[in-house]
Structures are given as C-alpha cells and as structure tokens.
Design a protein around this ligand. Sequence first.
Ligand code: AMP
Length: 403
Amino acid sequence: MDTILVANSGSSSVKFQVFATGPDGGLERQVRGQVDGIGTHPRLRATDTDRKVLVERSLDNQTVPDVQAALIAAGNWLRDELRIAPVAIGHRVVHGGPLFERPVRVDSGVLQQLEKYVPLAPLHQPYNLAAIRSVLARFPDIPQVACFDTAFHRGHGELADRYAIPQDLYAEGVRRYGFHGLSYEYIASILPQVAPEIASTRVIVAHLGSGASMCALQARRSVESTMGFTALDGIPMGTRPGQIDPGVVLYLMSEKGMSPADAQAFLYHECGLKGLSGISNDMRELENSSDPRAQFAIDYFAYRVALNAGMLAAAMQGVDGFVFTAGIGENSPKVRAAIAARLAWLGVSLDPGANARNEQRVSRYESRTPAYVVRTDEELMIARHTVTLLAPGPHPSQYEKAS
Ligand code: AMP
C-alpha cells in the first residue's frame, strides 16, 4: 500500500497527515500530527485515527530551528518509527496567483513562479514554499504537489475578479482571488452525497474557523467569495477584521505612525474577535464568557456573516441552500442560530433540536432554504489531488493562463 504525506506548513507549525491509498483508489487516513512551537520550543505530536497518541516529544531547537527542518523531522519520525515512507507529498500552498488554476507538480521552475506570489501572502507563502524547497533539495525523487487555496475560485467571472482600480494593477495580479478554496472544493465534492437536494443549485458555504470566509457555489462551482486579494477581506475572523474601509489603514499609517509592517501585524493579529472583544480570538472562550463585550463580538460576527450572505445571494440572484463548516460552523449551535435568525428573509429556518445536536441537516423540514452542517476536510482534498495528479495518464497542462 502506498502512502501520501500531506503538509500544511506555517510560520511556527507544520501540520501533517498520512493517507494510505487503497487498490480502488480510495484514501484512508492513518496519522495526524504536527510540529509546533517552531522557533522556540519545537514539539512533535501525532495520533492515529482513533486519536491514540503515537508520539509526543520535545525536539531540539538547534536541530529543528525552522519549518523546513520540522517537516524533515516529521518525515524521519514516520520513516524510523512507523516504517512509513511516503511516495509523494501534497502541500497546501496559499497562493497560486493568476496562473495556477489547479494543483501542480512542483519542480524548480514552478517553485520560482510561486516565489513571485510571496508578497501576495507574506505570512503564509514563504513557509509553504520553504518546506517544498527543502524536500526538493534533499529528496528530489519524491514527487511534490502544490494545492492552492486560490485555485478553486479561479473560474470567477471578470466582474467578481476585479477591483475598481486601473487595469495595469489587475494585469500584475491585484485581483479578488478568494481563499479557503480547498475547503470549498471538498464541500462541493461531497454535497451530492450529504445534501443531494441542493447539490446542483445555488448554495452559500460559510467556512467559519479562526480564518473565515464565505463562498457562493453555483452547481458546485465557485462564482463569488467574500475574500479578495488577501485573506484579510470579508467577514471578521479570530484576529483579522474582515472588510474594512482602506481609509482606516491610511489613518493608521498617517495618524498613528504605523509602518506597512506595523499595519500588517495589526491587521493580521490584533483585530477581529480579539480586537473587538478585548477578551479572546477564540469563539469557545467568547461563548463561555459573561462579559457583555464577548456577546457583542458574537452578535457582530453573526451580523457580518448575514450581511455577506446577502451579497453572495445577490451574486447568484438567489440562494437554495446554506452550509456551515469549519471549527465554529461545525461546532457552535449558538453562532449558527444567531446567523440563521438573520437569514430568515432568505428562507432559512433552523430546527433548534437538530441544531443543538450538530446534526447534518439543521433546518426545519419546511425551511424554504435548507441548512446543513458539513465537516470540511482540506487534507483529504490535498491527498486526492496528489493521487490524481501523479496517476499515470493525461493531465491538464501545469500552467493555465488566466486572461
Ligand atoms: P478552525 O480554525 O476551523 O479550527 O476553528 C477554530 C475556531 O472554532 C475557534 O474560534 C474555536 O473556538 C471554534 N470552535 C471550535 N469548537 C467550538 C465549539 N464547540 N463551540 C464554539 N466554537 C468552537
């Protein structure tokens, strides 16, 4: 049985999963793990599919100083202690820019192209690519596949893809890309099984996690997203504000003396639920707090999600189904109820019992717009892409030029 390693490399952690490929092309998850605390106190932790802990140990900060070394350390542990030698690695890469409309096998030319998108996602792209680069240097024979958060949205029409700014900026890549594409693609792939009545209709998917966005799916294709050029736009997140007047950023720089780096750190790390509540970026903590600022942050979150649902409904000229996913969407009856209450005018009516039990269908039988909770699985999506791309046979060309 072959195994595929899936890697999601960030600034201070590398999350990884191992999938075994079955003879029928199916994929079975075997290991979930991560190295976190990179740069300070790196720790390796992994569990099997029954959540049994396979390893939990500190790593030497000198030997594992960065994300590259962390991925190699995880690979060594898999090989030495579990006898797992992956035949390929699928990587989450946040930005595929205007060029990459689908996953791609990475060679040095592709890597060079992807480096150009570092300024478009400075907090994620460098680490995603560093991991790929180090494997390419040490194990050039292991095929690596880059799967992009932007790719699923690349089919957007020009109206959805543009800002009202001069054409030359659009040509150089200042576009409304949209993110969380691997999550939306997975949801779109399983809608026919989990929600057949809405699968081929107009569906709003709300990916509500620490990062959050929403996507308009028409017949399972993305036609509009709340995120744009970067993953700052759209609805509020744990520490990011979501949509904000660019004038506020100018004010921070001109009146508050913030440099571009200061403004970047502020917008990515100090805003959203954290900034608004002054308590926490974590929805669970806010729900458990009796501080009125926590309740306000939850109300605000639900309000902005509902406002954006109106925008996405307008993009599709209606909506036939609503899907909640990711940490908050999958697990918080309270937030789902607060959002649904604001979507009554769009025909959403939750069944309080089904919602409290986190059932798959959370709307009443008579709800004009059915609402579902669907667990997302971005890692499985990456593993699927990796297997498909490396299977023998014809594949679409690596580069798909966007106009
Ligand atoms: P994610 O980034 O998808 O892992 O989602 C993380 C977010 O989901 C955090 O804000 C968590 O507080 C939130 N979350 C996870 N479980 C629950 C829960 N049972 N109730 C409310 N929020 C939750």
